[in-house]
Design a protein around this ligand. Sequence first.
Ligand code: SAJ
Length: 422
Amino acid sequence: MSSVVIVGLGYVGLPLAIRAAEVGHRVIGLEVDPSKVVGLQQGHSHVEDVSDDRLLAQLGSGQFRPVLASRVGQEIDGADFYIITVPTPLRDGVPDLGYVESAARLIGPRLRSGSSVVLESTTYPGTTEGLLADVLSEVSGFVPGADFHLGFSPERIDPGPSSPHTLENTPKLVSATTAQGLVGMREFYETIVDTVVPVSSPRVAEMAKVFENTQAYVNIALINELADICRELDIDVFEMIDAAMTKGHSMAYWTPGPGVGGHCLPIDPLYLAWQTRKDFGRVFRFAELAHEVNQARPQVVVDRITDVLNRQELSVNGAEVLVLGVAYKPGVGDVRESPAVEIVNLLVQRGARVTICDPHVQDWKVTPTLDAGDLAAELPRFSLSVVITDHDEFDMEKVAEGSKWVLDCRNAVPSGPNVVRL
Ligand code: SAJ
C-alpha cells in the first residue's frame, strides 16, 4: 500500500481520505481550517458522506491523520501520492485557482523522485499541465513527468446521504502526462473505486468533467424555461416531463426548481466560458445562456410569491413568509450558491418578514429560524409557506394542511386549494 497526502478535507477530500485509509493506504489529510482539524482529531466528521464511526475507525488504526496545513512538517515528505482536493470557486465570474496554487506550493518542496501529484478539483482544460505543473516545477526544482508524475482525476461526488452514487461505485476518470504516471495512478485508484477509466491526457479528463456539469446546467435551464411556458399554457410541467420520459431512451430526467445551487453546477460551466472568451474570444453560448436562465429563477419565485400574496390582498411588505429549506438540495446542509439565499434576500428587501426552517442548516444568521419540530404549530401564523428545498424531514401533507397558502417550488406538496406550484 502507499503513502498518500490529501490536500483539502472537504466534501471531496475527506471521503477520499477515509476510503484510502480503509483499503490500507497510510493517509495524511491537510486542512487549512483549524476548527475542522480539531473536530476531525476528536472524531467528528463535518462531511455528511463520512460518519463519525468510519472516521474514528481510521483514526484508531492510525491509517488516517488530519493535520493543520500551516503546521505540516516532514511527515509529508516523499509520499507516493499527493492528491489536491481544494475548492475552485469563481470570484466575480473569474476562476480563482488560488487554493490550487497554495496546495502546489505546500507539497512541491516535499516531492521525491517518482511521487505522483493528482489534481481532483474541477477546473478548465489545461490547468494541470499549465498552472499546476509550472508551480510544482518552480517550488520543487523537479521536471513534471520526468522527476514526478502529474495527472488529473475529476471528483464526481454526489453530495447527500441518500445518494446511491458513492465514491466507490462511481467510475473514476484517471489521466497523467506520461504513460508511466498513468500506470501508477490507475493502480492506486483501482484500490479505491470499482471502475477506473483511463483517458489519454489531463485535458480530456478536465474537459469531460466540465461537460458533465454543463450538460446538467443547460438541461436544468431548459426545463426551468419550459416550466414557465407550461404555466402560461396551463400545462402541468411535471405531468409533461413524466409523459416525455416514457420514451425510455435519449431522455434524461431533469426537473424545474427555484434555481441551481451547490459548488459544481453553477460554477464549472463558467470556468470554461471564461477560458474560451479569454483564450480565443469565443462565447460559450450554452453555458452563458443557462447561467442567465438559472440565475433568474429566484426572481421568478419572488414574483410568484407576490402573486399568491396578492390573492389574499396582501403586500409582500410586512407579510409573514415561511421558507422551508434553504440548503441547495435535499439532505444536505450546504447553502453555497443556494437559490434560497437570493430568494430570502429579495423578500427581505421588499419588507417581508421572513422565517426559515431547515433542519440541516445550523448557522443561519440572515433571518429568524423555526425548528422543524415546531412547524405544525407555527404554520398558521404565516401568510405563505414557500417550499424551496424538500428535505425528507418535512411532512408535506401537514405543510399543506396547516398553511394558509403554500408555494411549492419542488412538486413536493400534495395538491390542494391552498397549494400553488412554481
Ligand atoms: N437541480 C434542479 N433540477 C434538476 C437537478 C438539480 O433544479 O433536475 C438543482 C438542485 O436543486 C440543486 C442544483 O441543481 O440546487 C445542483 O444539484 P445536483 O444534485 O444536481 O448537483 P450537486 O452539485 O449536488 O452534484 C452535482 C451532480 N452532477 C450532476 O450532474 C447533477 C453530481 O452527480 C456530481 O458528482 C457533482 O455535481 C460534482 O461533483 O460535479
